[in-house]
Design a protein around this ligand. Structure first.
Ligand SMILES: [Zn+2]
Length: 85
């Protein structure tokens, strides 16, 4: 568990947020089923920072974009996305 500084609400428990997805695009090859399976299940899992999309589902319901370390959960940057629902 870690804290996320929501741009609208301030620091809140990670339990109030829902992880939506990483911003990295996964390229799916137009090839054999084996190539597609390899692209899906044998990807790199780098241990560094990545941009992710989260939603403050149990708070302001706003969407946030943050750059989080995949191993330590350190948050380097965080910003609001669009309008709150
Ligand atoms: Zn919030």
């Amino acid at each position: 568990m870690f804290l996320i500084a929501c741009p609208h609400c301030g620091p809140r428990s990670q339990a109030e947020f829902v992880y939506e997805r990483a911003e990295e695009a996964v390229a799916y090859p137009d090839g054999t089923p084996q190539e597609t399976l390899a692209a899906l299940y044998t990807r790199a899992n780098p241990r560094d920072f990545a941009w992710e999309l989260w939603r403050h589902a149990y708070g302001c319901r706003g969407w946030i974009r943050m750059r989080r370390h995949r191993t330590t959960h350190e948050i380097a940057e965080i910003e609001a996305v669009g309008a709150r629902l």
